[in-house]
Design a protein around this ligand. Sequence first.
Ligand code: NAP
Length: 247
Amino acid sequence: MRALTIITGGSRGIGAATALWLARAGHDLVLCYRGNRDGAEEVAEQATAHGGRCVPVQADVSRESDVERLFDAAAELGTVTGLVNNAGLTAHIADLADTPVEAIRRVIDVNYLGTVLCSRRAAQVMSTRRGGSGGAIVNVSSSGATLGSPHEYVHYAGAKAAVDAFTVGLAKELAQDGVRVNAVAPGLVRTDIHAGAGAPERIDTAVSRVPVGRAGEPEEIAPAIGWLLSPEATYTSGAVLRVAGGL
Ligand code: NAP
């Protein structure tokens, strides 16, 4: 059976690099994006050049009805075998006392609730005990989950720590259902997420904290996600794989 993987936040950054890595590895893809339709269509065009299918679907992962629509679109393509919960944002960089509640709510809703809602649907369709064919889920966490991200976004770090705990628990819950659940925790990666939080310069200002002395590229995160989805990782579940240049 050909792999069919849903990637959330696939229009740019780590999600886009992961889409291209998986397309090269022979996956059909459903590429979820929130607003950047042009970006998603461009990634889909590049992915299909590798011979498989790649369908962009607009969906906000924090909305249950959108998640339903995303999985319905995937079901039209075939049997879902993989989910990458990559959609995320940092939204606002500041001390907690100076962070608007709306930004805090959005960060928790997208990074944590979005991961939970998409994983819930994936468990329903992939679990062998529920008639599915099994599969794998990879959650994109952050090194912030263990570092805490003080003076930047402690609530984001908390949401990613919740993603890690959720990964461990769901891995155990689905261990007898043919579904593996793991996470990848990137460090500082060169994407638009920093500009989206109003700090495009963060790549340069935060790099002094990174032991290897540079930011990572999205293409350096994608293979870790791809490996965790692959048949080579059949005995790996409940792991949080740090890909952070020593951070
Ligand atoms: P990015 O370049 O800003 O891309 C974010 C992606 O998420 C975009 O495709 C965006 O869609 C999508 N997205 C945002 N909100 C969404 C929503 N509500 N529903 C569906 N999709 C949504 O970010 P990135 O740096 O690649 O980050 C990817 C993941 O890695 C995130 O979970 C992030 O927390 C994590 N991470 C990043 C870094 C880093 O330094 N870059 C470090 C550690 C962890 P649109 O383009 O349509 O808006």
